[in-house]
Design a binder for this molecule. Structure first.
Ligand SMILES: Cc1cc2nc3c(=O)[nH]c(=O)nc-3n(C[C@H](O)[C@H](O)[C@H](O)COP(=O)(O)OP(=O)(O)OC[C@H]3O[C@@H](n4cnc5c(N)ncnc54)[C@H](O)[C@@H]3O)c2cc1C
Length: 480
């Protein structure tokens, strides 16, 4: 009995370990080379999960009902309420499961978007988590094939047959008894994004791996698998425009927006920079910048803001005057002078400036308003960061049931085809996001998919030869 896992990120590794612990031989097929293994999961810092009590790493209670309620309140709405509830309920067991497989924790540090109560932080981040999983996989005899791309998943008679892969050694077909698809979304495929966003998509940056091009997802949908979610929606944040096109990770994000104003290429403000607390709003700015000419914007602040936001990867542009700054940014100096003067005049700071709360220091009689933290920018020097769209992930994916089985054209489960992680996250939310739930989705559904696929002998499609090494099942003690 062999299970192929496509993609060696968090969801894939949770599935691989679970399938192996259920008694199957497992082959993980990972497109990246060894040092790039783990996809977007390499960039993660924390995981959201329900818990009934605080502990050494969490500052308070976050029970299942509150987590479920937070999910319901997310802008885009829940796609499948039953799967969303399953996610929440199963999330409570994750810390113990992860720790047993070598994952370690740390207390939240500054600059963590105030998530210390709801989210558990990974010691060493996602990279250390993945290393722990890969170490465990090696101990269990799981095979990993790097630098191998699954070009096509072959579905025959309503069930899994094989994968067609290409690698430096050439192309081959690898049959197995079951497959878990954990190859991420299609956020790195700018051509695909351009179908919905036009030429603008080619100006986007992709915060994570360039390998998540959605080809596995496309292969399944072409063969009749049901899809779920909104193909047009993606999660995106404001990143430094000087960041690499792919894989810049967490360090390229800029958090300076609430401390000043944001203007577009025409040196005009276009959105309320003080709309809500930063943890709730930071993910809105990617989409807002995507709607601006050239998909570029500029976060401008003065010396009072220095030291108040997460350190930036690149230095800010610095100028003694507005016109000097405008020249540096190639903006119209007169227009920027006007925008800044209008903003400064409209500020009505009456309360003590409080960046941790909605302090009510708003503007008056300008459009768009700045509803909180509006303080005139009158303390030179002036600073600016150029902003671009940093796409984190897409939502559209494969429809699954509560056993993580991929659904066919009429909603019936395909035989021995499972999916986990970003490739099926559209089953939970169509758009919107709760920080730290990307790992929750991958871990919960990775575990379910792996366990189900590993037990698929109960419902075999057929016995097929496997090219992967045969390994013996683990002891019951390891199946926790
Ligand atoms: C900068 C950044 C920070 C983030 N921070 C957090 C955080 O702190 N907490 C959180 O919960 N979420 C975070 N996320 C979201 C999180 O990374 C994802 O939700 C999660 O990692 C998805 O896991 P996955 O296993 O589905 O995909 P991935 O981890 O992306 O893994 C997919 C794997 O599939 C491989 N692959 C792709 N195509 C193929 C193919 N055709 N053949 C073979 N292999 C293929 C890729 O190489 C990759 O290794 C962050 C994302 C980014 C970009």
């Amino acid at each position: 009995m062999t299970v192929i896992v496509v993609g060696g990120g968090n969801a894939g590794m949770c599935a691989a370990l679970s399938a192996r612990e259920a008694g199957a031989s497992v082959l993980v097929i990972e497109r990246g080379p060894f040092h790039m293994r783990g996809g977007n999961s390499r960039h993660t810092r924390d995981i959201r999960h329900a818990h009934d009590r605080p502990d050494q790493y969490l500052t308070g209670v976050y029970d299942c009902d509150e987590f479920a309620d937070d999910l319901r309140k997310v802008g885009g709405g829940i796609s499948n309420p039953a799967l969303a509830r399953l996610l929440v309920d199963e999330s409570a067991a994750l810390p113990e499961w992860m720790a047993r497989r070598g994952v370690q924790w740390q207390s939240p540090l500054q600059g963590t978007l105030q998530l210390g109560r709801t989210n558990r932080f990974l010691l060493g981040g996602g990279k250390a988590m993945l290393n722990a999983y890969y170490r465990r996989a090696e101990e269990l005899g799981i095979s990993v094939q790097y630098e191998t791309t699954v070009d096509r998943v072959v579905i025959e008679e309503g069930g899994f047959k094989s994968v067609i892969v290409s690698s430096p050694g050439g192309e081959e077909e690898i049959p197995a008894d079951a497959v878990v698809l954990a190859a991420g979304g299609f956020e790195a495929n700018l051509e695909w994004l351009s179908r919905y966003w036009g030429e603008a998509a080619f100006n986007y940056h992709v915060r994570g791996t360039q390998y998540n091009d959605g080809m596995v997802l496309a292969s399944l949908v072409e063969q009749g698998a049901s899809s779920v979610g909104d193909p047009q929606s993606f999660h995106a944040v404001a990143i430094d425009a000087r960041s690499p096109r792919f894989d810049g990770g967490i360090a390229t994000r800029l958090d300076s927006i609430p401390f000043g104003i944001v203007v577009n290429r025409d040196a005009v403000r276009f959105h309320d920079e003080g709309e809500d607390l930063w943890p709730k709003r930071y993910a809105a700015w990617g989409g807002l910048i995507a709607g601006q000419p050239g998909q570029v914007a500029y976060s401008i602040f003065d010396s009072l803001a220095i030291g108040h936001f997460m350190p930036a990867l690149y230095p800010a542009f610095e100028a003694a005057s507005v016109s000097e700054l405008a020249v540096m940014l190639q903006l119209d100096p007169a227009r920027l002078e006007e925008t800044l003067a209008t903003f400064n005049c409209a500020c009505r700071p009456g309360n003590t400036l409080d960046l941790a709360a909605l302090d009510g220091n708003g503007t008056q009689a300008i459009t768009p308003p700045k509803t909180n933290w509006a303080v005139p920018l009158t303390h030179p020097p002036l600073f600016a960061f150029p902003l671009h769209v940093g796409v984190t992930f897409t939502y559209w994916g494969l429809a699954v049931d509560e056993k993580a089985r991929v659904l066919g054209p009429a909603g019936e489960p395909l035989n021995n085809v499972y999916a986990a992680g970003e490739i099926m996250s559209g089953n939970i939310l169509e758009r919107g996001y709760l920080a730290g739930m990307g790992l929750t989705v991958g871990s919960v559904f990775g575990r379910i998919a792996g366990t189900e696929a590993g037990s698929a002998l109960r419902n075999p499609v057929s016995k097929r030869a496997s090219k992967s090494e045969a390994v013996s099942p683990t002891s019951p003690a390891e199946r926790s």
